[in-house]
Every structure is written in structure tokens, then in C-alpha cells.
Design a protein around this ligand. Structure first.
Ligand SMILES: Cc1cc2nc3c(=O)[nH]c(=O)nc-3n(C[C@H](O)[C@H](O)[C@H](O)COP(=O)(O)O)c2cc1C
Length: 332
């Protein structure tokens, strides 16, 4: 009997597969199905500060228009807290998910102001979230902003949120930092209990008919796992006490095995579940179990980190050698 238990952010999980944020994890019935299919935890869709602000703005405009048209209109909405609408929806989802699910529920925040990050993280924790994931999605396009300043802002934010909530905090990072190993360590030193590697960046496209910029969301492809896989393998020995989650390109049980072997505590999936539905989680876990049994692994714990870069005293030189090997492996 294979032991599938894992531990992530101090939480006990029945399996190492986590459903990462997407529209799927925003629906209670799907969350229940994901739990039934065996995922160890769920991360709810991010609460965006802009979402809360824009809903408040719309309501505000409606109230003002209504109030101008009918003098008694404000009586219909006597005490509405204008900035709480988008938030209410997320809070309700957290409350319902925490009541109905037995697996850990992690809430995700994407703020804009320092106050917004802290306040929404606190609200989601009060609603019952067992951990907070900070979705650090930021395109640093300001030419006046140095890399050091961008990193400092991230670190201050992590420290701020860490000091404001009493549940574990993970940070979902982009891969675009010039010295990832150093920066990851600083994020942990600032208080992060876990790192989620990596956020996927979505590049808009140009419509040649209208010359409009068009949003283009493409689901990930299996090969995309290699970027987070490499960094999990590098960071595992450097951050032995930090929870590591792999996200991007997980499309099979074999991919979950790779993530664990590299040193991830959990492996997350979105695209594969969006493509095939929440029951795909069950198949992914079956595939993992079959692979483990065939390769004489008795537990996820035994698997974890067994091919991280412990063996390489100089990860930089190891990576350079790999690069040379890859280039010379091409056979036309
Ligand atoms: C439609 C969609 C919505 C997403 N929404 C969020 C979100 O709200 N917060 C977040 O941190 N990531 C979000 N993601 C990113 C996923 O959680 C995941 O990190 C990414 O898709 C890479 O994993 P995958 O290769 O398994 O899809 C979203 C992805 C998709 C496709």
C-alpha cells in the first residue's frame, strides 16, 4: 500500500496533488468534486484588489445615479459598505469551502497597495482560510524602477502580510528574477513559509485586423514543467525547511513524480484539470501510485527530493554542463 500523505505549509495533506487557482476552484460543487477525486488541498482563485475597487466604483455610480433620479433611492441601500462587494463573494466562497470540505482550503490574494494585501489576507483568514498564497504577478515595466527596488518592495510586502496573519503564508513567484536562488532565500527570510514556483505570465497578442491588443490565455503545455522542476531541484537543498510547490505544465502522474523527486512537497495542477475536468485528478493520482509501485517507492516522503541537487557542490557549474549537454544532444 503506497503512502500518499504529504505535508505542505504545516498542513497534513492526504495526497501531494493540489488544485491551483482557476475558475474551477471558484465553484463549490467543483471543489467538492476535486476533494472526492483525491486532491490534497485547494487554492481558491485570487482576490484581486482591483476587482474589489471596480465593483465598489460601479455600485457607487449606481447609488449616485439612483439618488439623483429618486430622492428616496438611497433608502434602498442604507448601510451598504461600498468596498466590500467583490470581497463578499470571496469571503462567502472561503466560508462555504471551509465548512463543506475536509481538505485544507488556501486563499489567494493579489493586491495593489500594501494596505490592500494585508487587509484582504486578514479578511480571508477570518473567513477560515487555513493558509494564504500571495499571488505576486507583476510586470516590472517602469524604467525608473531598479531590480533592487522591485525586490525590496516584494520583500516588504511578504514581511507585512506575514506579521498580520496567524496562518502559513506562501508566495507564488515569477521566474524572472536575476538571482533566483538568492531572492528565494530572501523571500523566506522575510517570513514566507512556502514558495510556489512559478506563476505563468500571459502575453497579450495583437489583432492585425483591428490593431487591438487582445488578451490571449493559453493553457500550459507539458514541457513547461521543466522550468519549475529545475528550480525546485536547485532550491530544495538550499531551503530544507521551506514548503515548495511546483506549478506549471503538470499533465500526468509522471509529472507529479518528477516534481516530488526534484523536491516539491506538493505539485499543483490547473490546465490539465481545466482540459479534462476535476475527475482527472483521480487519474493523475492513480498514475502516480502505479509509477511509485513499479519503481519500489513506498511513500511520497521516500520519493521527495531524492534527485534534488544535493549531489552537486556547485549548482551553477552543474547547470552550465547541462546546457552544453542539451546543445550537443541535437541530432538533425
Ligand atoms: C483560467 C485560469 C485562471 C487562473 N487564475 C489564477 C488566479 O486567480 N490566481 C493565481 O495565482 N493563478 C491563477 N492561474 C494560474 C494557475 O493557478 C497555474 O499556476 C498556472 O495555470 C500554471 O499551472 P498549469 O500548468 O497546471 O496550468 C490561472 C490559470 C488559468 C488557466
Amino acid at each position: 500500500m503506497t503512502i500518499m500523505k504529504s505535508r505542505y505549509l504545516g498542513l497534513d495533506l492526504a495526497t501531494p496533488l493540489v488544485a491551483s487557482p482557476s475558475p474551477l476552484t471558484g465553484k463549490l460543487d467543483v471543489l467538492l468534486e476535486l476533494e472526492d477525486a483525491g486532491v490534497g488541498a485547494v487554492v481558491l482563485p485570487s482576490l484581486f484588489e482591483e476587482e474589489v475597487e471596480s465593483e465598489a466604483l460601479v455600485l457607487n455610480e449606481r447609488l449616485e445615479t439612483g439618488a439623483g433620479a429618486f430622492s428616496e433611492a438611497t433608502d434602498f441601500f442604507p448601510d451598504v459598505e461600498l468596498d466590500h462587494l467583490g470581497l463578499e463573494r470571496h469571503i462567502l466562497l472561503v466560508e462555504e469551502a471551509c465548512t463543506r470540505l475536509t481538505i485544507p482550503v488556501i486563499a489567494s490574494v493579489n493586491g495593489r497597495s500594501a494596505g490592500g494585501w494585508v487587509r484582504y489576507a486578514q479578511d480571508l483568514v477570518s473567513a477560515g482560510a487555513q493558509a494564504i498564497e500571495l499571488n505576486m504577478y507583476d510586470v516590472a515595466a517602469d524604467p525608473m524602477s531598479t531590480g533592487a527596488a522591485v525586490e525590496r518592495a516584494y520583500l516588504e510586502l511578504v514581511a507585512h502580510v506575514r506579521a498580520s496573519v496567524d496562518v502559513p503564508v506562501s508566495v507564488k513567484l515569477s521566474p524572472f528574477f536575476s538571482s533566483m536562488a538568492n531572492f528565494a532565500g530572501q523571500v523566506v527570510d522575510s517570513g514566507a513559509d512556502g514558495l510556489v514556483l512559478f506563476n505563468r505570465f500571459y502575453q497579450p497578442d495583437l489583432d492585425l485586423e483591428t490593431l487591438d491588443v487582445t488578451p490571449r490565455l493559453e493553457l500550459s503545455r507539458p514541457g513547461e514543467i521543466r522550468l519549475p522542476l529545475r528550480w525546485i531541484a536547485i532550491l530544495r537543498p538550499l531551503l530544507p525547511h521551506t514548503s515548495l510547490a511546483l506549478t506549471s505544465g503538470v499533465a500526468s502522474g509522471a509529472d507529479i513524480a518528477k516534481g516530488l523527486l526534484a523536491g516539491a512537497d506538493v505539485v499543483m495542477s490547473t490546465s490539465e484539470l481545466l482540459r479534462h475536468g476535476p475527475r482527472r485528478a483521480e487519474e493523475l493520482l492513480d498514475e502516480l501510485e502505479t509509477w511509485m509501485a513499479a519503481n519500489d517507492y513506498e511513500s511520497v516522503g521516500q520519493l521527495r527530493g531524492s534527485v534534488a541537487q544535493h549531489t552537486s557542490p556547485d549548482p551553477g557549474a552543474f547547470e552550465r554542463a547541462q546546457y552544453q549537454k542539451v546543445l550537443s544532444s541535437w541530432r538533425g
